[in-house]
Design a protein around this ligand. Sequence first.
Ligand code: DX5
Ligand code: ZN
Length: 226
Amino acid sequence: MTLPAAPRINPSILAADFVNMQADLERIASADYAHVDVMDNHFVPNLTFGPQMVQRIQETSPIPLDVHLMIADPDRWAPDYAELGAASVTFHLEAAADAVALARRLRDVGSRAGVAIKPETPGESLIELFDEFDQILVMTVEPGFGGQGFMPETMPKLRSLVDAARQRGSQIWFQVDGGISDDTIAQAAEAGADTFVAGSAVYGAASVETAIAGLRERARAASLGR
Ligand code: DX5
Ligand code: ZN
């Protein structure tokens, strides 16, 4: 399977209408992945959906799923999402007991393996682990809710991880999630992000398709200046 080229735009269905999910998935068909925020009310103070709902989203979505697990004990639960066919499964470093073993299990099932870090979590420990993951998600808000403001103070961490990856010839993807909009996407692209999650900026727009194209264009232009 050919993977989509950068810049990738992954709309977050956290901002979709949960009772019109099929229609809201169809509206993002021109994007790269549907970003699915799984929250358990333990790791974050919010609750969304679990494997049964994600299974139906997987069967319904016109584009592959990028599952973001904001849950406790991902070592126990994350492989279920790979098994239901999610193209990518990202768990939080802060929550995992054995991040490397878990990433290997996700890849064994056939999913891309991602690791996420909250705004205050340092990233250096991931540098030696680039080969174990397909994606690093640098959170640009505190995980838990859509519609929050982008935290520019996370950019130096992103930039140093990206530089370390380039120095090592790693092809790992760098995703940002939280507060990504027409006003903030260029900063993240300049810092080296290649994969952009956007919830309210996509579903809150008058035209979802135009919003996706606009974000992609701004990210492309900003990454050229890197
Ligand atoms: C936040 C979620 C995000 C959220 C982003 O915890 O991980 O994916 O949906 O929403 P916006 O783009 O509205 O900040
Ligand atoms: Zn997310």
